[in-house]
Design a protein around this ligand. Structure first.
Ligand code: MG
Length: 195
């Protein structure tokens, strides 16, 4: 049983054992085997730019996006990784349904979006749920996604900061599964060194 003091301290630095710190509970997953752990931050269609704050181990609302920049797919991060931009490596979870913030997904790696934000690489690993009887089971690489969806994703990441900081984002194209695994491994090494 927790007393009221414990409960009030949830989210502070003092009672780490009470918090769901995803970077302590989970690692990146079976990267070589092609399946990563992804923690959902934003569900498909949401305008809420929710971000995981790893220092406090809480989700925070960073900003509310304009409707035209609602997320075109589920969005989250891979635990125990750090990308060039100093944050956990991001992931796009392609799934017919919006997935709630905080849900952990086993993601089958299908590729990567090479993306630069303000001069720093901010890759987006692309996954589908490892067990998805609706769609994902027939998706094994980016080639299995519709060209329209790929274009929509490129468009989103090229323009979602247009009203805030125009010209700061740069979509550099797609990579395959091996490219994705190599970047994840790099980001795991950075985590081991810097986190
Ligand atoms: Mg990022």
């Amino acid at each position: 049983m927790y007393n009221i003091t414990d409960i009030l301290l949830i989210g502070s630095d003092h009672k780490g054992e009470l918090m769901a710190d995803f970077n302590k509970i989970l690692d990146a997953g079976d990267v070589a085997g092609g399946v990563v752990n992804v923690v959902i931050e934003i569900g498909t269609g949401s305008q809420l730019k929710v971000e995981w704050n790893r220092k406090k181990a809480i989700f925070e609302l960073d900003r509310v996006e304009p409707g035209i920049f609602a997320k075109p797919c589920n969005y989250g991060f891979i635990p125990q990784t750090l990308d060039d931009d100093g944050d956990e490596l991001d992931a796009l979870i392609i799934c017919n349904e919006p997935i709630a913030t905080g849900v952990v997904v086993q993601g089958k790696i299908i590729g990567i979006l090479n993306f630069e934000d303000d001069g720093e690489m901010d890759h987006k690993v692309v996954v589908v749920p490892a067990d998805d009887r609706h769609n994902g089971d027939s998706v094994n690489s980016l080639d299995d996604l519709s060209p329209a969806l790929l274009k929509q994703l490129e468009h989103h990441f090229s323009h979602y900061k247009d009203l805030k900081k125009p010209g700061s984002t740069n979509v550099q194209g797609w990579g395959n599964i091996e490219d994705a695994k190599a970047i994840i491994a790099e980001c795991q090494e950075r985590w081991d060194k810097e986190a």
